[in-house]
Design a protein around this ligand. Structure first.
Ligand code: NAD
Length: 523
C-alpha cells in the first residue's frame, strides 16, 4: 500500500478518503530535520500552508509522487524542483469561494444594520434603539469589483436581496456579465453610483490601491466599502480620512494592509467593522479544501487525470528540450498581450512559423494562455487548466502554422478584444526569447523586467522629453529603442526601466505633447 504522510491539520473526512487508498501517518509540527527524515519513504504528502517543502527537504523525497496542498497557494512548495523530480502537485483553489461570498454578505448586512456596534452596546447593558438605525440592502446598487469565482457568488446572493448589481472587471467578457445580470462599467462610474462596493480581485501591481483617494472622493455619502479580498487593494490612509470625516458611511473589512493590524487607526472608528481574515474560515471550506485534494490524490493513484494539478511533470525530456525556449517565449508574450490590451479578450490567434511549426505546439499554446491569464486571476492557472480557464472566459483560440517567416522560427500572436487588437511576434535568439514586433512596429526587446511602451508621433526631441520626465522622478532608463513605420508618423518607444513607474508619473508621461499612450509592462 502507498504511504501517505499528513503534516498539517486536515479535515477528518479527507483522512478517511486517503485511508482507503494508503497507509496514513499524521505527524504535525515537524522540524525541517524531522520532515527530511519522514519524507524519505512516503509516496504522498498532504499539507496546508504550515509545511515548507523546499528544495532542501524535497531532495530527500526518494519515493514521493504527489504533493497535495489543501487550499489555494502553493508558495510553500518549490514547484520547479518538484516538477524536475516528476512529482505531481495538486491543490484545491475553489474550496473557499462560497465561504468568502457568505462573509461578504454578512459584513455588508452587519455594516448596513450596525449589528456589531449594537451588540457591543447591548452587552454593555445599554438599551439604545435610536443610535443604530440602519439601511436596507433592498433596491440599493452593489458595485462588484472583480467578477471571478468569489465575485460571481456574491452577485448571486446579492440578487436575492433585490440589489441592482454593477461590476468592474475589464477581463470578463460582456456576455458572461450579462448572463450574471451585471452591468459592466468603469471603476470610477461604479464608485459614483454604488451604495455598497465590494472587492474581489487578486492583489497585483495593477490592483494595488485600486480604491484610492480619487475613487473614494467619487463615492456617495452613504456608501459602504466591503473588502474580503486582500489588504493593499484599498489605500487605508485615504479610507481612514473619508470615514473619519463622514465622506462615506462605513467600511467592513476582513483584510488589512498589515496583518495582524498594528495600531491601525481604522480600528478606532465607530463606522468601521471587521473580522480577522476569516473569509475561508468555515468548517465547510476547510472540509472541502481537504476532501477535494484527497479525491485528487485518489484519482492520480488510480492513474486517472486530476483537475487541479498545478505543475506538469509528465512531459518527456527530449520533447521538452526543443520546445522549452518557445514555452518561455510564449508565456512572456501572454504576459505582454494582456498588459498591452488590458481589456477582455475575445479571440487569440497563434501562428507558429518555421521549424517550431513542425513540433507539437500544444504546450506552447498552454504556456501562452497561462502567461495571459495569470496576471488577472488569483491562482491556479497552470499548463493543465489554462485552456479550460480560457474557454470558461469565452476566449476563442485559433492556431495556424506557416513554413517561413522573416524572423525564422517564430511565434506570432494576434489578440482581439471587442474593438481593439494587439499583435506581437517573438523568436528565440541565442537560446533566449526576443520580441521582434509589436503591433507591426519592428523592435528588439528581451522580455524581462519592467518595460514602458510609449506610442507617440515621431518628432525631434521626443526621446529627450521622456528621459527628462522620468529622470526627474529618479527612474533610470536601462535601454531604449524606437520603432516607426515612416519618418514623422506614429511610432513606438520601448524603454527598459529599472524601477516601477508610479501611476502619477505615467499620467504625466501621457500628457506630454505628441504622446498618444503609454503602458508599463511587468515581465
Ligand atoms: P479569481 O481569480 O477567481 O477572480 C479574480 C477576478 O478579478 C477575475 O475575474 C479577474 O478578471 C478580475 N481582475 C483581475 N485584475 C483586475 C483588475 N485590475 N480590475 C478588475 N478586475 C480584475 O479570484 P477569487 O477566487 O474570486 O478571489 C478573489 C479575491 O479573494 C482574491 O484577492 C483572494 O486573495 C481573496 N480571498 C480572500 C479570502 C479571505 O480569507 N478573505 C479567501 C480566499 C480568497
Amino acid at each position: 500500500m502507498v504511504k501517505i504522510l499528513i503534516t498539517d491539520g486536515i479535515h477528518e473526512d479527507a483522512i478517511k478518503i486517503l485511508s482507503k487508498v494508503g497507509n496514513v501517518e499524521i505527524a504535525m509540527d515537524l522540524t525541517p530535520e524531522e520532515l527530511k527524515e519522514k519524507i524519505k519513504d512516503v509516496d504522498v504528502i498532504v499539507i496546508r500552508s504550515g509545511t515548507k517543502l523546499t528544495r532542501d527537504v524535497l531532495k530527500n523525497a526518494k519515493k514521493l509522487k504527489i504533493i497535495a496542498r489543501a487550499g489555494v497557494g502553493v508558495d510553500n512548495v518549490d514547484l520547479q524542483y518538484a516538477t524536475e523530480l516528476g512529482i505531481i502537485v495538486v491543490n484545491s483553489p475553489d474550496a473557499s469561494s462560497i465561504s468568502v461570498a457568505e462573509l461578504t454578505m454578512g459584513l455588508m448586512l452587519s455594516a448596513a444594520r450596525n449589528i456589531p456596534q449594537a451588540t457591543a452596546s447591548l452587552k454593555r447593558g445599554v438599551w439604545d434603539r435610536k443610535s443604530f438605525k440602519g439601511l436596507e440592502l433592498y433596491g440599493k446598487t452593489l458595485g462588484v469589483i472583480g467578477l471571478g469565482r468569489i465575485g460571481q457568488q456574491v452577485v448571486e446572493r446579492a440578487k436575492s436581496f433585490g440589489m441592482n448589481i454593477v461590476g468592474y472587471d475589464p477581463y470578463i467578457p460582456e456576455d458572461v456579465a450579462n448572463s450574471l445580470g451585471v452591468k459592466l462599467m468603469d471603476i470610477n462610474e461604479l464608485c459614483k453610483i454604488s451604495d455598497f462596493i465590494t472587492l474581489h480581485v487578486p492583489l497585483t501591481p495593477k490592483t494595488k490601491y485600486i480604491i484610492g483617494k480619487d475613487q473614494i472622493s467619487l463615492m456617495k455619502k452613504n456608501a459602504t466599502i466591503v473588502n474580503c479580498a486582500r489588504g493593499g487593494l484599498i489605500d487605508e490612509k485615504a479610507l481612514y480620512e473619508a470615514l473619519k470625516n463622514k465622506k462615506i458611511r462605513s467600511a467592513a473589512l476582513d483584510v488589512f494592509e498589515e496583518e495582524p493590524p498594528k495600531d491601525n487607526p481604522l480600528l478606532t472608528l465607530d463606522n468601521v467593522i471587521g473580522t480577522p481574515h476569516q473569509g475561508a474560515s468555515t468548517a465547510e471550506a476547510q472540509k472541502s479544501a481537504g476532501t477535494i485534494v484527497a479525491e485528487q490524490v485518489v484519482k492520480i493513484l488510480r492513474g486517472e487525470s486530476a483537475e487541479n494539478v498545478v505543475n506538469l511533470p509528465m512531459v518527456p525530456s527530449e520533447k521538452m528540450g526543443k520546445i522549452k525556449p518557445y514555452m518561455i517565449l510564449a508565456e512572456k508574450m501572454g504576459l505582454m498581450t494582456i498588459q498591452l490590451l488590458d481589456k477582455s479578450i475575445e479571440k487569440i490567434e497563434l501562428i507558429y512559423a518555421g521549424e517550431i511549426a513542425k513540433e507539437d505546439t500544444e504546450l506552447i499554446k498552454r504556456s501562452f494562455l497561462m502567461g495571459m491569464l495569470s496576471p488577472i486571476l488569483l491562482a491556479g492557472v497552470n499548463l493543465i487548466n489554462a485552456p479550460t480557464v480560457a474557454k470558461n472566459r469565452n476566449i476563442r483560440i485559433v492556431e495556424g502554422t506557416i513554413s517561413e517567416s522573416e524572423y525564422g522560427n517564430a511565434l506570432k500572436v494576434i489578440a482581439k478584444g471587442k474593438s481593439e487588437k494587439v499583435s506581437i511576434i517573438g523568436s528565440i535568439v541565442e537560446g533566449r526569447p526576443v520580441i521582434r514586433e509589436i503591433n507591426k512596429y519592428s523592435v528588439d526587446i528581451r522580455p524581462e523586467g519592467i518595460i514602458c511602451i510609449i506610442k507617440h508621433i515621431d518628432r525631434p526631441g521626443m526621446v529627450g522629453k521622456v528621459g527628462l520626465l522620468l529622470g526627474e522622478y529618479g527612474i533610470n532608463i536601462a535601454g531604449m529603442q524606437v520603432g516607426r513605420m515612416e519618418p514623422g508618423g506614429e511610432s513606438i518607444m520601448v524603454l527598459n526601466v529599472d524601477h516601477v513607474i508610479p501611476e502619477d508619473v505615467l499620467y504625466k508621461l501621457k500628457k506630454l505633447d505628441n504622446i498618444k499612450d503609454a503602458k508599463v509592462i511587468n515581465l
